[in-house]
Design a protein around this ligand. Structure first.
Ligand code: CA
Length: 222
């Protein structure tokens, strides 16, 4: 999953970015409103963390503009203020959730997970594909009742596929949602990760869950 952070407080960005990357998220950062607006409209983010008080263009204006432009990506607004009026006007402008500074990183994580779920067709925090379960809240993966240990990157790829189960996902799409803008895209990387995940969840099972769709990409389905 790929998160865009639009926030001008560098120290806060550093903490959030590091924490999210440790959880396996790909993170793009914009430090002012102009860059934030451009990135929100042009990069395929799964969720946007948007500060209100920003240089050049404020967060509320960015939100209105991207919604008007048809960007449906879930948006979590960050604000130092917590007055009822700010929340009302933010939600009216198309924000999906709100977090008042200062906040605990764990709360940010939980809210981002909820927003990503809401943006997909998955409603529960545990996605089931046959006898495979992917717990989006705890990152626990089980196949046939047994724990499967995955690296953060492997987990991210599996989670993205699980949330988008039964859909053909191209290598380009997968790499766009797993890596940030600065990553030098090489779609072979996706093949390498798919092989690793296959070894861990499909090997030894008669029913394979990860399918290669020739010329198109990959799909996870029962
Ligand atoms: Ca700010």
């Amino acid at each position: 999953m790929r998160v865009l952070i639009v926030e001008d407080e560098k120290s806060l960005v550093d903490i959030i970015k590091k924490g999210l990357e440790e959880e396996g998220y790909a993170v793009d950062v914009a430090y002012d409103g102009e860059d934030g607006l451009f990135t929100a409209e042009n990069e395929p983010s799964d969720v946007i963390v948007l500060d209100i008080m920003l240089p050049v263009i404020d967060g509320m204006t960015i939100l209105k503009k991207i919604r008007k432009a048809g960007v449906k990506t879930p948006v979590l607004m960050l604000t130092a203020k917590d007055t009822v009026m700010d929340k009302v006007s933010g939600l009216d402008s198309g924000a999906d959730d709100y977090l008042t500074k200062p906040f605990h990183f764990e709360e940010l994580l939980a809210r981002l997970r909820a927003l990503i779920r809401r943006g997909s067709e998955v409603n529960a925090s545990v996605v089931e594909i046959g006898d495979l379960t992917v717990n989006i809240a705890t990152h626990e993966v089980r196949r046939g009742g047994k724990d499967v240990l995955l690296s953060a990157r492997e987990y991210s790829l599996l989670e993205y596929m699980a949330v988008n189960r039964n859909k053909v996902l191209s290598r380009t799409l997968l790499s766009e949602h797993l890596y940030d803008h600065d990553f030098d895209l090489d779609s072979n990387v996706i093949d390498v990760f798919i092989n690793r995940i296959r070894n861990k969840i499909d090997r030894g099972f008669n029913i394979k869950l990860i399918h290669t769709i020739r010329g198109a990409g990959y799909m996870i389905k029962e």
